[in-house]
Design a protein around this ligand. Structure first.
Ligand code: CA
Length: 663
């Protein structure tokens, strides 16, 4: 009896100890961000705080595998810590060279599993998965590395459900973009990340019924901001999004079963062991860490070597103003001349070129462009059995066999890159298609832009010939509807905080036409100023940009605007957030070498006059004479002037739909 009591006591002490020991924390190098992992009733939880403020409350973690439900009846095993660092260069993202420093924590999650030993099965405590955390001074990233539960007997599995939750601090508001309902929209091409945002919306809604696309921005009342996303996704997993469970509880969601015309499963199939994509959380008391984050690239690695040096470029694009009829030989020749006149390196020829120009004459056109120093990007339809988008060329990119033949021809005639449109969704088979296209294209030296597509998830670093993706309600909608023109500035002030901060964004804007039409007299009216157009060329980040400029702009747009757009830069060494609020205004600075360019745009009804301070931070000193492009506040016309910096503060006036650029 006494012995039994002793062992009971030991058990109690042990369970108390186990409970205390089951709280494991990892902090950012500066100690401000704290991630706590705990176990309660056989479930694993985590929470995230910054400077003592809770951003993610106790939230469940776990995976349901086809061979075992690893989200319950589990416990914490060995916990190990590591210092993580990486120095890397990706010339095509917002910051060319990144020094990543983080503290790592790996938590083994144990479960019971029947393991065959000789001639019998015995239940053993085994590592089901490792939770890997990486915490830098602005970001938390974590992923599951799923183990083989019984040695070499189980090599393949399906992840039926990922129970990763994000319980957002009470009182937060949302800046979210609803996931589109599959097989809706143009020719069944949804979801394609092309819906809009409602700023400062209350929590507890679930978009249009299918949650929200990454990245997801929340304002933690007046305490700070948090951006949730994922990175490192390739053909080994599906693209995820976020669903609302209730109130402030959100969770990872797999794609809708109806995506891709119902083909393929939403749940990913994996080989064991395997790592899921990283779930990322960027947070801070201001929006600065969110605009400047590099978390999308910090933890991914290149998956193949570049077959050649891929270079940034600027270009023109007839379709955005002239639509389908403009994709003919003569008009494209005129646009090649226009790109050459602008000093641009490329021209993008959009849909229907195979019919309206023809393959034989395309070679002539590419040769002509080459004689003018202009490279050609060609549009392709990605489909395929996944939707009904009819635009040709079709059936050239959907299977490796035809794709490689097509790319061989493209390489032979000297095409520089492709814009591939109308993808089927986020299921694993679609993510595999993205990766296969990129890998094949690298074999033939082609740069790739995706449209009608998913969010890129670290792809600039993973795939060196990946340039940018649309995955945004882009400039085409300005041509399609006046409502989008009326909301242009509002949307533009959101992208730098959300979509564009985690991946290069092919927006195709900076129009100088007053009307979205080739005659520049009819059609939808542009509501933004020319200073706004110049500012967004810098604000929207993508190393390859095809601007919505037209040859007539050489004579009908302000000479100062054309002069600026001729020398506009699309690659940057650094970005620095200055001021702003999603949906209202934004001011940021980008650096190349020792030269900073400061840009701002405004969407508010009233004119905003923010103070831009600390110019010395941007290598502009008292007595210097920087150049400013801004709005004439009476007429909205573009004004270019040099001003002498007398104080270390500048008041810049912006109209609603206006902006400025300081060089
Ligand atoms: Ca589109």
């Amino acid at each position: 009896m006494f012995r039994n009591f002793l062992s009971l006591l030991a058990l109690c002490t042990m369970s108390v100890l186990t409970f205390a020991a089951s709280d494991h924390t990892v902090k950012s190098p500066n100690g401000e961000i704290v991630v706590t992992v705990s176990e309660n009733d056989g479930q694993i939880y985590y929470s995230v705080s910054d400077k003592g403020t809770s951003f993610i409350e106790k939230s469940a973690l776990g995976l349901v595998m086809d061979y075992a439900d690893c989200s319950k009846n589990v416990s914490i095993g060995e916990v190990t810590y590591a210092k993580l660092s990486d120095n890397y260069t990706v010339p095509t993202i917002k910051q060319r060279t990144v020094s990543y420093e983080a503290n790592g924590m790996t938590v083994a999650v144990m479960g019971k599993f029947k393991v065959r030993e000789r001639w019998q099965e015995v239940e053993k405590d085994v590592v089901m998965y490792n939770l890997e955390f990486s915490v830098s001074n602005s970001d938390v990233a974590f992923r599951y590395t799923i183990q083989r539960p019984n040695g070499d007997q189980l090599l393949a599995a399906r992840v039926l459900e990922e129970k990763t939750e994000f319980v957002i601090a009470q009182g937060s508001t949302t800046f979210l973009c609803p996931q589109m309902i599959p097989m809706t929209g143009f020719a069944g091409t949804a979801p394609s990340y092309e819906t809009g945002y409602t700023p400062d919306e209350e929590m507890g809604k679930n978009g249009w019924g299918d949650g929200y696309v990454f990245p997801c921005l929340f304002r933690n009342a007046d305490k700070g901001w948090i951006l949730i996303s994922e990175t490192g996704t390739n053909g080994s997993y599906c693209g995820c999004h976020m669903k609302n469970i209730n109130d402030n509880k959100y969770a990872i969601a797999f794609p809708n079963d109806k995506e891709c015309n119902g083909n393929g499963k939403p749940e990913p199939g994996v080989t064991l062991p395997t790592s899921t994509p990283w779930r990322t959380i960027t947070l801070g008391s201001t929006l600065k860490p969110i605009v400047e984050t590099t978390v999308a690239w910090d933890l991914v690695k290149p998956v193949y070597k570049a077959s050649q040096e891929y270079k940034a470029s600027r270009g023109s694009w007839s379709w955005i103003i002239g639509m389908d009829p403009s994709c003919n030989y003569d008009e494209q020749k005129r646009y090649i001349d226009f790109s050459a006149a602008m000093g641009y390196e490329t021209l993008l020829i959009d849909a229907l070129w195979d019919v309206q120009i023809g393959r034989d004459r395309m070679k002539e056109l590419v040769d002509y462009a080459k004689s003018k120093g202009v490279g050609i990007f060609l549009w392709y339809n990605s489909n395929g059995y996944w939707n009904h988008a009819p635009q040709s060329p079709r059936l050239c990119m959907d299977r490796s066999l035809v794709r490689r033949q097509e790319m061989k021809w493209l390489n032979e005639i000297g095409v520089r890159g492709l814009k591939i449109d109308f993808f089927g969704g986020d299921k694993q088979l679609s993510m595999q298609l993205y990766e296969d296209i990129l890998a094949d294209a690298n074999d033939y030296g082609l740069e790739i832009i995706f449209h009608g597509c998913t969010l890129p998830r670290g792809w600039e670093r993973m795939y060196p010939n990946f340039v940018a993706a649309e995955a945004v309600r882009a400039s085409e909608n300005l041509h399609f509807g006046q409502n989008d023109c009326d909301n242009e500035a509002f949307c533009a002030t959101i992208h730098p905080f959300v979509r564009n901060t985690v991946g290069s964004m092919d927006f195709g804007g900076s129009a100088l036409n007053k009307f979205w039409n080739a005659d520049n007299k009819t059609g939808n009216v542009r509501r933004t100023t020319d200073a706004f157009a110049l500012a967004t060329a810098i604000l929207f980040q993508s190393s390859v940009q095809h601007f919505a400029l037209a040859p007539n702009n050489l004579t009908d747009a302000p000479a100062e605007a054309i002069e600026f757009m001729k020398r506009v830069n699309t690659v940057w060494d650094e970005v620095r957030f200055i001021d702003g609020y999603p949906g209202k205004y934004i001011i940021l600075a980008r650096r190349i070498g020792d030269k900073w360019t400061i840009v701002g745009i405004n969407a508010q009804k009233e004119m905003v006059v923010p103070n831009v301070k600390n110019f010395s931070e941007f290598n502009i000193n008292l007595g210097d004479k920087p150049t400013i492009y801004c709005d004439d506040v009476k007429t909205g016309a573009l004004v270019k002037k040099d001003f002498k910096l007398k104080k270390d503060v500048l008041r810049v006036e912006m109209l609603s739909g206006g902006g400025f650029v300081i060089e």
